[in-house]
Design a binder for this molecule. Structure first.
Ligand code: SF4
Ligand code: SF4
Length: 210
């Protein structure tokens, strides 16, 4: 259970761990949205939505042509298979998950996150907009080629499953080789993405070595 404190809840005794910052629920949501916005993942959403893959379908909080009317920590923290895969390949997934592990009350399409909480971590996205946009272009090309209903959903679920397995069996070579091979197979048609990811990794290595 993450250690968080709601000052409005009975039992809060005024003691705040020194390594934590007070932050509002709204600021936590905004930090997540800013990360996704600045890293260009909305370009993937645009393609996904235009090919009927939206994860918000049938949600009561979705207003047609306007968007979500009730942003919550649960939906902000949740990553679909495409975003999960993207952050996994960029080595950003653990940092994302560690940040959200500190946020209590997340639920399906809603939350019970307190108005204020205390967190030790923050979120900042490295610049991988070009990688996101390359992925979105590949996805658009694939979706146009594969018009069968459910293509986007099936591909997303397959990527999600393998990324989840990769996290689960990270330290087990009996499975990790096979899982990585499966991920490579699934991502093979994403050629713009793979080129952009290669460039990103080279730039990151240069930066780290500088
Ligand atoms: S499923 Fe993923 S890519 Fe599609 S709209 Fe939702 S978050 Fe965006
Ligand atoms: S509550 Fe979640 S699923 Fe519903 S519209 Fe908002 S972001 Fe989409």
């Amino acid at each position: 259970m993450p250690e968080t404190i709601d000052e409005q809840q009975p039992g809060f005794d005024g003691l705040v761990p020194s390594d934590k910052q007070r932050i509002s629920r709204e600021a936590v949501i905004e930090a997540g949205l800013r990360y996704l916005r600045e890293s260009g993942t909305d370009s993937i959403c645009k393609v996904c939505i235009s090919h009927a893959g939206s994860c918000c379908i049938d949600c009561l909080h979705l207003q047609d042509r306007v968007g979500c009317q009730r942003r919550n920590t649960g939906c902000t923290a949740w990553l679909c298979g495409f975003h999960n895969f993207l952050l996994y390949e960029l080595d950003q997934l653990e940092a994302w998950n560690r940040f959200w592990d500190e946020v209590p009350g997340q639920d399906y399409r809603t939350d019970e996150t307190p108005a204020f909480l205390y967190m030790s971590r923050s979120l900042s996205a490295p610049d991988f907009r070009l990688v996101s946009e390359a992925f979105a272009s590949d996805l658009e090309e694939l979706a146009v080629k594969h018009v069968a209903l459910g293509f986007i959903f099936t591909l997303r679920e397959k990527l999600d499953k393998q990324v989840e397995r990769a996290a689960l069996y990270r330290d087990d070579p009996r499975y990790s080789t096979e899982i990585n091979r499966r991920i490579q197979e699934l991502s093979y048609p994403f050629y713009r993405f793979r080129a952009a990811l290669h460039d990103y990794r080279l730039r990151a290595a240069d930066r780290d070595g500088a």
